[in-house]
Design a protein around this ligand. Structure first.
Ligand SMILES: C[S@@+](CC[C@H](N)C(=O)[O-])C[C@H]1O[C@@H](n2cnc3c(N)ncnc32)[C@H](O)[C@@H]1O
Length: 278
């Protein structure tokens, strides 16, 4: 499905990841973003979700936390999509995403803004975000894990911040892995958002506890279960479903599925009195 090449052009002998054609949108070649991170299995599931949902994507859209720019590039290849505004916190990733958009022939349709959530670092860039107010027809987001609460705080912030930018009926494609549980994932869709369906899912993949970030995430989940939160659902090799507590107690090797969910933005809550924090 992909390979790593050593490319010239954007960087000097920096590896370039080639993502084979997904759903007719053509192959994409991206230089990994130093700050924004690599192309991960979750990125690939998002890429497939965009291809699968291409008939729903049109007009102007947002790619939140664009990283390499991969999702914005794919969306910009959809003929009905005019333009994608991609926001990214990491300065070097912003430059990489811009270069990747150019490398893949969509620089004229992808605008990358250096921003924290939806606030541009340079006030001169804020109008690019604000011009979307009530206009954006889609939002793509593969946000980071949060060390607060149940681990989904970044997803909630992205949905809350995007509310003022989305038009009624807008399509949100949000990456959330299966171990968060269907109940918790559906619960993200509130205050103007409605859960529609899971659009893309990977096979069962190891929740690899040799990774420091995943061990830290497990600690966050255990703390949430201690507070009485919905138990997380990891799958073991024998098919048993276990909680974060049971995983932490050594129940076995946990597995999860990378997933992308379609959430629809229907209307601002309170009949139009938008409760955006901005
Ligand atoms: C999991 S990566 C996803 C990257 C890319 N969209 C993909 O799917 O491959 C999350 C991205 O969100 C960016 N990010 C983190 N905090 C942010 C913030 N406050 N505002 C904007 N972007 C942020 C990170 O720098 C990173 O590039």
């Amino acid at each position: 499905m992909s390979s790593v090449l050593f490319g010239v052009g954007v960087g000097q002998n920096r590896p370039v990841v080639l993502i084979d054609d997904v759903g007719g949108l053509g192959p994409v070649e991206v230089e990994p973003a130093r700050g924004g991170g690599p192309v991960t299995p979750a990125s690939r599931v998002c890429a497939r979700a965009i291809a699968r949902s291409r008939h729903l994507l049109w007009g102007v859209g947002i790619d939140w936390g664009t990283g390499t720019g991969l999702l914005a590039i794919l969306a910009a290849r959809i003929p009905t999509v005019e333009r994608v505004v991609a926001v990214e916190y990491d300065r070097t990733a912003v430059e990489t995403a811009r270069a990747n958009a150019a490398r893949n022939g969509v620089a004229d349709r992808v605008t990358v803004v250096h921003a924290d959530l939806f606030t541009a670092f340079d006030p001169a860039d804020q109008p690019t975000i604000d011009s979307l107010e009530g206009q954006a027809a889609f939002l793509l987001a593969n946000p980071p894990h949060s060390d607060e609460g149940d681990g989904l705080e970044w997803r909630r912030r992205v949905l809350a911040g995007a509310r003022r930018l989305l038009r009624p009926g807008a399509v949100v494609l949000l990456q959330v892995s299966a171990h968060y549980t269907e109940e918790r994932i559906r619960g993200l869709a509130s205050e103007g958002y409605e859960y529609v369906e899971t659009v893309e899912t990977s096979d069962w993949v190891p929740f690899d506890l040799s990774r420091e970030d995943l061990r830290r995430a497990l600690t966050v989940y255990v703390a949430e279960e201690d507070r009485g939160g919905i138990p997380y659902e990891f799958r073991l090799a024998d098919g048993r479903v276990v909680s974060a507590h049971e995983v932490a107690a050594g129940a076995g090797d946990p597995h999860t599925r990378w997933q992308v969910h379609h959430i629809r933005y229907s209307a601002p809550p309170n009949g139009g009195a938008c409760s955006s924090p901005f």
